[in-house]
Design a protein around this ligand. Structure first.
Ligand SMILES: *[C@@H]1O[C@H](CO)[C@@H](O)[C@H](O)[C@H]1NC(C)=O
Ligand SMILES: *[C@@H]1O[C@H](CO)[C@@H](O)[C@H](O)[C@H]1NC(C)=O
Ligand SMILES: *[C@@H]1O[C@H](CO)[C@@H](O)[C@H](O)[C@H]1NC(C)=O
Ligand SMILES: [Zn+2]
Length: 434
């Protein structure tokens, strides 16, 4: 049951928001709780009980648990349902307030890692990439992958090493889902480590940039991202008005890619009010059009070696295909092997032994149509193409406290530098389809 009861909770949120003066973004969720309800392999029985209340569901893989946001007026009924659960957020409003977005206060040097101790607003993110470019003027350029519906830039950076630019591309997209803030920080951290590492003679940064051109776009859904910081922290889609006079806003840019857009009715929603609304036609979001244009340009240039779409949460490394859970690409063996090595590197680097589950997206998690990795592999001909779902596995979900930014981004550096080092290895020869 995808997007279960979503429209009703959006109504609840809207009522909460209008009842409270607009001071900060936390107020609409004051008193809301987030629960991880155990399903123990029997989600439908639990879903039936939950149908007695309104809630917003955070996860789609409901076999072991359902993560739900419950409004204050629903809590007494929820308590009577007799469910087994853990509390993820005792007061979601307070957790959001504790994320404390720093806006227009950022005056530090780009080389200062304390950038990764807090969350930041859109304009400061632009400034941050500009300052990373200033640290690396001869080996980088600020780029744009087009404009959003509200005309914000899908800005990014292009990095290269010795003899560049012009090598095969590593392409990273962050923040396609507006509320997944940790993906912004992660793509920025990888950029920061590449730039400062290259300047300092770091072996991993040098060898990666001497082999590949990096194209890193940290916020591919800037309108949605801005909206999560002004209005509704848990917004996911872009901010395009609905079709046919629908009052619901937004299309899911990651269900809007052309390849296999309409291949599986379970893979996305046709309802403009759903969080996974796919649009009326493939690539009918300005954001997707700009992103796809760059994908095709890179394909027709030196080619795409590696693509990663960074998301949260759940700790997964997922390869094509998403649209069909029984379809295995010929490259699946090497993709899975590489994902396993990345997963091991992350685990070994983290003090708390973070584990990532890996495999083909549709079979491992749930079907998705019009999602980026299928398209960038099938149309963009990327040799490696993944979705990475970052921390956590359901303690905090989308609202990850700022003190967890550093451990999250640092373990991804550990994973990526291992991945870059083996993309061209003969190591993969003979690894057949899994
Ligand atoms: C849920 O609602 C149904 C009626 O819609 C009622 O019969 C049932 O007792 C309720 N269950 C719980 C656990 O409250
Ligand atoms: C975006 O820019 C275009 C061209 O300047 C303009 O026509 C359009 O109204 C703008 N859209 C928004 C939402 O501001
Ligand atoms: C909007 O209208 C068009 C044309 O009638 C129709 O094909 C489409 O399905 C409608 N979309 C929605 C979401 O109702
Ligand atoms: Zn996502």
């Amino acid at each position: 049951m995808r997007g279960l009861r979503l429209s009703s909770i959006l109504a609840v949120v809207a009522v909460g928001a209008s009842a409270i003066p607009t001071k900060g973004i936390s107020s609409p969720y004051d008193g809301f709780k987030v629960f991880r309800v155990k399903t123990q392999g029997h989600p439908s029985a639990i879903q039936e009980k939950l149908s007695n209340i309104t809630f917003e569901q955070w996860n789609h893989d409901v076999n072991s648990h359902i993560d739900i946001v419950v409004a204050p007026d629903q809590l007494p009924v929820f308590a009577e349902l007799g469910l087994e659960f853990d509390v993820m957020h005792e007061d979601l409003g307070a957790s959001i307030a504790a994320e404390s977005v720093h806006s227009s206060l950022w005056k530090r040097q780009a080389g200062d890692p304390s950038w990764f101790d807090s969350y930041h607003d859109y304009n400061d993110h632009i400034e941050y990439f500009q300052s990373l470019h200033d640290l690396f003027p001869d080996n980088s350029e600020i780029i744009s992958s087009g404009s959003s519906y509200e005309n914000r830039s899908l800005y990014g950076i292009h990095l290269w090493g010795t003899g560049g630019p012009g090598k095969p591309a590593v392409l990273y997209h962050g923040t396609v889902h507006a509320r997944e803030w940790i993906s912004t920080a992660t793509t920025e951290y990888l950029t920061y480590k590449l730039v400062t590492g290259y300047n300092a003679g770091d072996r991993d940064a040098r060898s990666a940039l001497d082999k590949y051109d990096f194209y890193i776009i940290p916020i591919v859904n800037p309108d949605g991202f801005a909206y999560t910081q002004t209005t509704q922290r848990l917004w996911r889609k872009n901010r395009q008005p609905g079709p046919n006079g629908s009052t619901c806003y937004g299309r899911d840019i990651n269900r809007n890619w052309e390849f296999a857009w309409d291949a599986n009715p379970l893979g996305a929603s046709t309802n403009p009010c759903s969080q996974t609304y796919k649009g009326e036609r493939p690539s009918d979001t300005p954001e997707n059009q700009g992103l796809d244009k760059l994908v095709r340009q890179l394909r027709d240039g030196a080619g795409i070696k590696l693509y990663i779409d960074w998301h949260s949460y759940g700790q997964y490394i997922l390869s094509p295909f998403g649209y069909k859970d029984t379809l295995y690409a010929p490259e699946l063996g090497k993709w899975t092997k590489a994902a396993q090595i990345v997963s091991d590197a992350i685990r070994d680097s983290s003090s708390d032994l973070t584990t990532f589950t890996f495999g083909p997206s549709g079979a491992t998690l749930y079907p998705t149509t019009g999602a980026a990795p299928d398209h960038v592999y099938s149309i963009g001909r990327a040799e490696f193409s993944y979705t990475i779902e970052l921390r956590d596995i359901g303690r905090y979900g989308f609202v990850l406290p700022p003190e967890l930014i550093r451990p999250t981004v640092e373990e991804q550096w550990a994973g990526q530098k291992v991945l870059w080092s083996l993309l061209d290895e003969e190591f993969f020869d003979g690894v057949g389809p899994a």
